[in-house]
Ligand binder design. Structure first.
Ligand code: GLY
Ligand code: MN
Ligand code: MN
Length: 443
């Protein structure tokens, strides 16, 4: 099964080059005054059970600036002898510890293998970093990730700033190398979804779909970019359902929201399809409506358009469709309501999409609840377009005809904003009704 995916995938792109990482460092430091210091820490290791840890995932800002993908690294940018220097604190070599927990590059390995100017043992961080901070007037730091660094920074008593605003503006526009990695992540996820559709049959478990998709990621030296959601029947109407523990029944639609990471860059795809390979009339009507809204959302992904144009496009189609199907009994204006918060939100309660990159819900704003001025779409941005409609039979707050009960449909693609119009990175994953019905259970 996975061989078919491998041959369709083509060559895996290279990691981001040291040249590009160096340029990012220069661009970041150009925004800092020379009497400041920026500290970029790693994500902490988190406990899964007693002395067993969750698999570590590097901090996206640290990886973005240095390519570092191990545990514990701390990058510091400071101005010394008329130029910016990037130094990295790393765990020193320790054969006894490495025998248990794995090899470490150590100080020498970090210096030779990563685009940095100096590497120092983390064992010296308190003394060494304190001295660097002594001569700074302002420190840029993201608190809450590394207790040791938080204490050093707090003890310095210096003026504090947040490096994320600058870095987020850089990260929101993807380079060609980043887009190549994201295209590969999109292809792998698309092909994994296809395999799940092919294998799907009545009586299989949601977890079987999950295992096919995540097995495909792992087989290709990738991993999920967020916990896979496989919800059949009413479970499809729970947005962040990920128990994936129910048997899939004849007549159910199953919603699969699953994506992977390549060198940290995420894909994020949702497909919804009938377990038995044939939509019922009611399912088909809702599916066709969500697909129409999704295509309208993708069309709205134009250079120069404000962020909200994508949500307005999907919302208008969905609200009108809900009226046409008799689910809402009001005018389009009333269905949409003030600030697009009208009654159509009972059935489409989430945003239309988000930025995508090193984080699945990537930095740069745009998500509901984010502060700051609205983003204007620009070439190199990557967004998701993922409208949905959900009619949970379990919901006591809505009154709907029983024919819609238990239907949950979302369709999600990853879209690159370009001067030539939207580019659907996940185009390899079928979404037309005829394509899906032909594929489901075809293995
Ligand atoms: N899977 C999370 C999302 O679609 O945003
Ligand atoms: Mn998703
Ligand atoms: Mn998404």
């Amino acid at each position: 099964m996975y061989g078919r995916v491998t041959s369709a995938l083509g060559n895996r792109p290279e990691r981001i080059s040291h040249t590009e990482l160096r340029q990012r460092q220069l661009d970041f430091c150009a925004e800092l005054s020379t009497d400041s210091v920026a500290i970029i820490t790693n994500n902490p290791v988190s406990i899964r059970s007693r002395d067993t840890h969750h698999r570590h995932r590097f901090n996206s800002y640290l990886h973005y600036l240095t390519g570092w993908h191990g545990e514990n690294g701390v990058a510091v940018f400071h101005y010394a002898e008329h130029k910016w220097e990037c130094l990295l604190y790393v765990r020193p070599r320790d054969i006894k510890k490495e025998t248990w927990t794995g090899r470490r590059p150590g100080v020498d390995g970090a210096l030779s293998g990563w685009p940095i100017d100096a590497a120092i043992s983390r064992d010296c961080i308190t003394e060494n970093l304190t001295e660097i901070l002594n001569s700074a007037t302002k420190i840029y730091h993201i608190p809450g990730l590394d207790d040791v660094v938080d204490t050093i920074v707090a003890d310095s008593g210096k003026d504090l700033g947040d490096p994320r605003k600058t870095l987020d503006n850089m990260r929101v526009i993807k380079s060609d190398a980043e887009i190549a990695l994201m295209q590969y992540a999109a292809d792998l996820a698309a092909l994994a979804h296809i395999e799940a559709m092919r294998e799907c049959n009545i009586g299989m478990g949601e977890w079987h779909m999950q295992s096919i998709i995540e097995g495909c990621f792992l087989y290709h030296q990738s991993e999920w970019s967020y916990p896979s959601i496989v919800g059949s029947g009413d479970n499809a109407t729970i947005l962040h359902y990920n128990e994936n523990s129910q048997e899939m029944l004849d007549g159910d639609v199953v919603l699969i929201d699953a994506g992977c990471e390549i060198d940290g860059y995420a894909s994020d795809i949702t497909r919804s399809f009938p377990v038995n390979g044939k939509f019922t009339d009611a399912q088909r009507e809702i599916y066709a409506l969500v697909l129409k809204a999704q295509i309208a959302g993708i069309e709205a992904c134009q250079v120069g358009s404000p962020w909200s144009s994508m949500h307005h496009a999907t919302s208008q189609v969905l609200a009108q469709g809900l009226i046409d199907l008799g689910i809402l009994d009001c005018s389009l204006e009333d269905a949409l309501g003030e600030d697009y918060n009208g009654p159509y939100r009972d059935f489409f309660m989430h945003g239309t999409g988000h930025f995508l990159g090193l984080d699945v819900h990537d930095v740069g704003g745009g998500r509901q609840g984010d502060d700051g001025p609205e983003r204007i779409l620009a070439p190199g941005m990557v967004v998701t377009i993922e409208p949905g409609l959900y009619f949970g039979a379990w919901r006591e707050d809505i009154e709907i005809d029983s024919k819609w009960a238990g239907i949950g449909i979302r369709i999600e693609d990853d879209v690159l904003i370009s001067e030539n119009g939207p580019v659907v990175l996940t185009a390899k994953c079928p979404k037309e009704i005829t394509e899906i019905e032909a594929l489901v259970g075809s293995n």
